[in-house]
Design a protein around this ligand. Structure first.
Ligand SMILES: Nc1ncnc2c1ncn2[C@@H]1O[C@H](COP(=O)(O)OP(=O)(O)OP(=O)(O)O)[C@@H](O)[C@H]1O
Length: 303
């Protein structure tokens, strides 16, 4: 069963089309990325699926049906704009929020303690929210979206304001969540995280669907015939300049990406390289999700 389906959904604000005939589905047990530049319509799409606003046309199904109050309890939401009761203690905050989602008090307490431990915040359980750093508050906000063990979590920019360690902790938790068969919708501008975490993505631009599919498939589709080379010795990088038929080179961490001129095959480049140096790795280059994102937005192209 799909966790979520959009079928031909459109939404306008004051006659400005913000979501244009969007169709996609999110499978149960996947991490689904919702990407797009500022103003693309991501938050509007999330507000539509949560039934905060209504579509002008089209159909939205959550867990195969309409969003009933019972279905709402099966969803966790981390909004982009955050807010917690500043004077309330951490543990009490989490227990209270779980109870709002109809989790019995005893179970809410046990969940809250376990989650605080897993994010190394247990020692702060008696502190008031206002006594925590911004990053800690962010982690608590993340916990508050999963405290009732929802089947579907929607995370709007979950990594903003987090240091690398906290980013990793939240990332691991998201993966653990997916690995337990639950579904995650992740909206982020952090393309590196999206590339690592998401199984599939939907990218919006000016309210339109411009990319939709698996991360690996989308990267392959946008392949630009570049070649990735790793030399046994780093100093060998300079020999590339001697090889004819190369249009451009880009250095990455320990490897070089070669862009051959039109009509120059990978075979020719490889032959030229092995004549000159020891090669550790030679493979087709793949654009990063970030590169695909920029190319798609700048060219105004899409599917
Ligand atoms: N309530 C509203 N009334 C009028 N226009 C709105 C409303 N909500 C959103 N918009 C407009 O809809 C468009 C999409 O906004 P939205 O917040 O969905 O984008 P986003 O992709 O989430 O952007 P960001 O990455 O900057 O958060 C924008 O042009 C915005 O101005």
């Amino acid at each position: 069963m799909h966790a979520l389906e959009f079928e031909g959904v459109s939404k306008a604000f004051a006659e400005k089309n913000v979501i244009r005939d969007i169709s996609f589905s999110v499978e149960q047990g996947e991490i689904f990325g919702l990407l797009g530049p500022n103003g693309a319509g991501k938050t509007t799409l999330i507000r539509l699926l949560l039934d905060i606003i209504k579509p002008d046309s089209g159909e939205i199904r959550v867990f195969g049906g309409s969003l009933s109050p019972a279905a709402k309890d099966r969803i966790g939401y981390l909004p982009e704009e955050r807010g917690l009761y500043r004077k309330t203690k951490l543990l009490d905050t989490l227990v209270y929020l779980a109870q709002l989602k109809n989790v019995p008090r005893k179970e809410a307490h046990a969940n809250a303690e376990a989650l605080l431990k897993s994010l190394e915040l247990y020692d702060y359980r008696g502190k008031r929210v206002e006594e925590l750093s911004k990053g800690m508050q962010q982690k608590i906000q993340f916990l508050s979206s999963i405290i009732h063990e929802p089947e579907l979590i929607i995370l709007d920019e979950p990594f903003s304001g987090l240091d690398p360690i906290s980013t990793k902790t939240v990332k691991d938790k998201i993966l653990e969540y997916r690995n337990s068969g639950r579904t995650v919708i992740l909206s982020t501008h952090m393309m590196e995280q999206a590339q690592k975490l998401c199984d599939r993505i939907l990218m919006l631009n000016k309210g339109e669907r411009v990319l939709y599919g698996t991360v690996a498939g989308i990267r392959k589709e946008h392949r630009n015939n570049s070649l990735l080379v790793e030399f046994a010795e780093k100093r060998n990088m300079s020999i590339i300049q001697e090889i004819p038929g190369i249009r451009k080179i880009t250095e990455h961490d320990g490897s070089v990406e070669i862009f051959p001129e039109e009509g120059i095959s990978a075979q020719i480049i490889l032959q030229e390289l092995v004549r000159r140096a020891d090669i550790l790795r030679f493979e087709q280059g793949l654009p990063s999700l970030n590169e695909v994102f920029i190319e798609t937005v700048e060219s105004g192209s899409g599917e």
